[in-house]
Design a protein around this ligand. Structure first.
Ligand code: SAM
Length: 302
């Protein structure tokens, strides 16, 4: 590991320069030294829609980092995802150390906790468009995936890609899959944690929370009281909110100002198959989360 935490800033006009990278950091032809962070300056137009969504999502990104570190139901899913990621990457078993790119790794100074079981066993690279904490405790590429994928040094180099709740933040997942295809080695895998938006899943997750609260008290009358309050006060509001969600999903209307996509179970085959053969879909019970893995053909040529 490099001792000095410094940032190498390059313009995307240097996309064909010799760039070397690994756990020791990054270096580029003509610049002396190794740098922990590679910051790629944009020269392509960024859509204003993406900028607006990124700005409104910042609090959500901050929250997801905090959830990953704390004791909460979401942090348990981070831990489950860590085990899932490790088992999927472990199955790749190559002679060389594997290159793993975390696409949309987030804004924290440390790697996301779903990498905890893997970080020192692979060449882990985090990629994110937000430059809060440019100096991180892992090799970090500060760029949009669109820009990074143009650098020839990253072509046909990545053995695994991780999308931890990030896929729905990209404008066009088909375009992203094309960039992944450019950077993937033959047989590379893409591992996803996706938050689904199906009404029954959202209702189930919310229902568990409500029933836990109802039964927190021990007295039968209090429990009954909580239940009746739920039936007459809370349920009508929940029903209305879920019906509205159902309608919005049906009409392809945005559910919030953060995401570009609102994936549902029925969308998974079409979305995932852009990233190769679907080798696993694991629903996490009583949550809206699903973990999935796709694999590129082993005779990949493009
Ligand atoms: C919900 S956060 C997920 C963070 C982290 N993976 C986690 O689970 O804690 C989504 C991340 O995707 C990043 N992102 C969105 N569009 C991107 C793009 N075009 N290129 C690279 N990163 C992007 C955002 O900056 C954000 O940090």
């Amino acid at each position: 590991m490099v001792e000095e935490k410094t940032v190498l800033t390059v313009s995307s006009s240097r996309k064909n320069d010799a760039l070397t990278w690994g756990q020791d950091g990054f270096s580029i032809q003509g610049v002396e030294g190794n740098f922990r962070t590679l910051k790629i300056e944009e020269d392509e137009a960024i859509s204003s829609d993406w900028k607006v969504k990124q700005d409104s999502s910042l609090t959500e990104y901050l929250d997801s980092y905090v959830y990953g570190q704390s004791i909460s139901p979401t942090s348990s899913i981070y831990k489950l995802f860590a085990i899932y990621v490790k088992s999927m990457v472990h199955d790749l078993n190559g002679p060389e150390q594997l290159n793993v790119l975390d696409v949309g790794c987030g804004i924290g100074k440390n790697h996301p906790s779903y990498i905890d079981l893997l970080a020192d066993k692979v060449n882990y690279l985090g990629l994110d468009a937000i430059d809060i904490h440019p100096n991180r405790d892992y090799p970090f590429i500060c760029s949009r995936i669109e820009t990074m994928s143009e650098f020839s040094s990253f072509h046909k180099k990545m053995d695994a890609f991780i999308f931890g709740t990030s896929l729905d933040h990209f404008e066009n997942y088909e375009d992203v899959s094309k960039m992944i295809n450019k950077m993937a080695t033959p047989g590379a895998i893409s591992i996803f944690w996706i938050g689904l938006h199906d009404v029954p899943l959202v209702a189930g997750e919310e229902g568990v929370r409500i029933f836990q609260r109802i039964f927190e008290d021990e007295g039968p009358l209090t429990v009954m009281g909580h239940f009746l309050k739920f039936v007459f006060l809370r349920f009508p509001r929940l029903f209305y909110a879920l019906q509205r969600r159902r309608k919005r999903l049906k009409n392809n209307t945005n559910l919030d100002e953060f995401h570009f996509n609102y994936f549902r179970v029925k969308d998974l085959p079409e979305v995932l198959s852009c990233f190769g053969e679907i080798i696993d879909i694991t629903m996490i019970p009583v949550t809206t989360s699903v973990f999935c893995t796709c694999q590129q053909p082993s005779n990949l040529t493009t």
